[in-house]
Design a protein around this ligand. Structure first.
Ligand SMILES: Cc1ncc(COP(=O)(O)O)c(C=O)c1O
Length: 364
């Protein structure tokens, strides 16, 4: 069996360090906002080159709180690509915003032409999603945002360490949310997330928002949330962050191997790295005909393939009220019907990649 993601292979070399960290936290009983959270926040901010990092309970909260701290008002429209994990849109709805879905380009990244059709005078935010491990076209996003007076809040959940023209995902907008869900490039051993920002006022607001709206204990000038990164999770994240650049480089090598092995396989559409991007391959997805039959065959051959994502957000029951129908976003729908994600993790060996490609050839 070759799994889609092998968290155990990643855990084993870190087991001792993490166990010692857990013991330290338990001995200190600093379970909530302990020293490891503060240290991790500093380390992660430095890693991506942001001024502030604020740890929260998960990536969905990170995006919701980022929008709130950046000043979203009830009913403000937010442009969100429909080909994302549903959390991107859920965060907007939960913050009180109005989701305005848009289509994607050939690299599965937010399509600015689709944004131009969707934007209205009520639109106040744009949320580019750095999907699968590469940055959305941020210069185009910035130009569009400027032209329409929109604030940019990035969904950087799948892009920890991804860069565009040497600038890291999570440093382009007024704020960015990321997720430390276990399978992410930087994954915790439970839920976790963070917001990064260069804006001091936004950072201060976020530190209060995640902590019951309080900066001084038992004083609550505004309504807030209970959404903090757990100290035990911060221990795991600190241990892994030291290796994240290596993990991302190993993923890149695995992706290059797949590209070389697959380049002559008829019928397979390969993923591309958009110009200026340093891809970190959170997900390696190819396009194939008769995708569901191919998936079935791969699973029968014990290859842990997956689909990211089978149903675009505009066709989800949760967003029925937006009134969309099949055909509204042709690029995203075609991708949802044809894409298949192959096993991708830092420890994927050359032999495993060859086995995956052999199985895919057979499936096709
Ligand atoms: C693109 C994207 N946005 C947001 C999220 C939400 O993160 P979480 O699951 O930590 O709430 C995820 C991951 O799950 C994601 O992949």
């Amino acid at each position: 069996m070759i799994p889609l993601v092998d968290l155990k292979a990643n855990y084993l070399p870190l087991a001792k360090e993490i166990a010692q960290g857990f013991e330290r936290v338990c001995n200190d009983t600093a379970f909530i906002l302990g020293a490891d959270v503060k240290e991790f926040e500093k380390e992660y901010a430095a890693f991506i080159g942001a001024k502030h990092c604020i740890g929260v309970a998960n990536g969905t909260d990170a995006l919701e709180l980022a929008l709130r701290a950046a000043g979203l008002q009830p009913g403000d429209e937010v442009l969100v690509p429909t080909n994302s994990f549903i959390a991107s849109a859920l965060a907007v709805a939960r913050a009180g915003g109005q989701v305005k879905l848009v289509d994607c380009d050939d690299d599965y990244l937010i399509d600015l032409e689709s944004c131009a059709k969707a934007v209205t005078p009520r639109t106040k935010f744009i949320m580019p999603v750095h999907l699968f491990g590469q940055c959305a076209p941020m210069q185009k996003v910035a130009d569009f945002a400027k032209a329409h007076a929109l604030a940019v809040v990035e969904d950087a959940a799948q892009a920890q360490g991804a860069k565009q023209n040497n600038r890291a995902a999570g440093t382009f907008g007024i704020a960015a949310g990321t997720s430390f869900y276990p399978g992410k490039n930087l994954g915790a051993y439970g839920d976790g997330g963070a917001i990064t920002t260069d804006d001091d006022a936004v950072a201060q607001k976020l530190r209060a928002l995640r902590n019951y709206g309080s900066e001084v204990k038992y004083h609550h000038p505004e309504t807030g949330f209970n959404s903090r990164l757990d100290t035990l999770q911060a221990v795991v994240l600190r241990a892994k962050l030291k290796h994240l650049s290596d993990y991302n480089a190993q993923r890149r090598a695995a992706a290059e191997r797949y590209q070389a092995l697959l380049k002559d396989v008829r019928g397979v559409g390969l993923p591309r790295t958009a110009s200026g991007n340093e891809h970190i391959w959170h997900i390696y997805a190819v396009r194939v005909p008769k995708r569901d039959a191919v998936l079935h065959s791969l699973q029968a051959q014990k290859i842990g393939a997956g689909i990211h994502y089978p149903v675009p957000i505009h066709l989800q029951g949760a967003f029925k009220s937006l009134g969309h129908k099949a055909g509204d976003f042709p690029q995203a729908e075609a991708a949802a019907n044809e894409m298949i994600s192959l096993p991708m993790y830092p420890e994927l060996t050359a032999a495993q990649a060859e086995q995956v490609v052999g199985a895919l050839r057979k499936a096709l």
